[in-house]
Design a protein around this ligand. Sequence first.
Ligand code: 4AD
Ligand code: MG
Length: 466
Amino acid sequence: MKIIEVLKLEAKEQKVILNGWVRSFRANRFIALNDGSTIESIQCVVDFEKYDEEFLKQINTGTAVSIEGTLVPSMGKGQKLEVTVSDIKIVGLADPDKYPIQPKKHSMEFLREKAHLRVRTSTFSAIMRVRSFLAQSVHQFFQQKGFFYVNAPIITTNDAEGVGEMFNVSTLKVGDKDFSKDFFGEKTYLTVSGQLEAETYALGLGEVYTFGPTFRAENSNTSRHLAEFWMIEPEMAFYTLQNNMDLAEEFLKFLLKNTLENCRKDLEFLNDYHLKEEKQKPERDRNKLSLLERIEFVINNGFKKISYTEAFEILKNCNPNKKKKFTYPIDKWGVDLQSEHERYLVEKHFECPVTLYDYPKEIKAFYMRLNDDDKTVAAMDVLFPGIGEIIGGSQREERLDVLENRMNEMDIDKKQLWWYLELRRFGSVPHSGFGLGFERLVQFTTGMSNIRDVIPYPRTPQNASF
Ligand code: 4AD
Ligand code: MG
């Protein structure tokens, strides 16, 4: 029986069988057993006189055991139930001199090097349960709304974002550049986004979403970038930019509310974990709100919606930290916003999530719809506290001639994207969509400061271990 189920039972002298891993073994008597089903371990009380010492010595942190016993009310503090052990079987040993995960605080850096074992800590198991719940909530949200789940290809010939940050996929021998002899007969890559394919499906199924792995060979070693990350990309026919922004806000609020209601214990654990971490920091660097308060704040407050131009005016005239201006100056209309600017708007100026829209066309992708001013496109980014950009999206250019012009200007290969252009030839309609970076969402929900700690095996420059 799983511990999460056992903890819901009444202690009426019930027999239970539990399989799990020993978190700690105190005084040859108290085993804290965890099986991963919940943050809580259950106390199993051993009558040590029944066992010889050699046997008990094998029960260490990390040992896998199968325990039979009776569920009884606990006399100990902090727990309602415990198990009086009638039989213990050792399933798998863990040598205490070699097993690296001990019942003490390990640094995140240390645990990244033990990525195959870190899920056996309370912190990582909580993060991974929350991650799993968020993933199902994504499906729940869209399925309830009648969206269809589609799978875009992972191997592709196109650069959906047009920025050339792709990993090659090839079976050619090193040095051979004749791609006509390659596996697919042309150059192929790992996808950076499933959007273009999702658009084709939205223009047949109406409302669709993808949820899959995406890959970017950008050399950014930050706490918010991965080379392999998961993205959710809804795409909707007949949606304007305004509809798109409203959906993004509703979606994020649903995900957070659902998770807060259903992953309460894990989030409370993470909340306490972060409160302890915060205490180590100087006062001025501390978060004003706790993790739970931040989540509740986002659920209960409207996102501020402003145009790039309005944001530009705020940033140009502000003085972020008295002495020093931004590292990347905001002086000319049209400059791209960096994470420092995004976070200033969210954390200092508005103190709430912000949706920025109508960006200069020069800093956005070719497929975004050109506005009447001829200078901006119908783009939108959702910016979150502590994270910066969590969603990027737009209304798509549905007019064939305008799209072709943009592709020419931006040097995008029209021949290769012939099928994408055909969408605008046959039954073209206004349509919109966005991409939510799943790991950034997990980061916000769990409060983890480094994106490497919210995915089992992070892929970053110079690192693909495990
Ligand atoms: O803003 P991006 O590049 O947008 C697209 O890919 C569009 N095709 C989406 C669409 O309209 N269908 O990426 C979307 C989101 C970002 O807002 C960010 O949350 C996340 O994906 N993201 C990353 N997450 C982790 N590591 C990276 N290297 C990321 N790059 C983008
Ligand atoms: Mg973006």
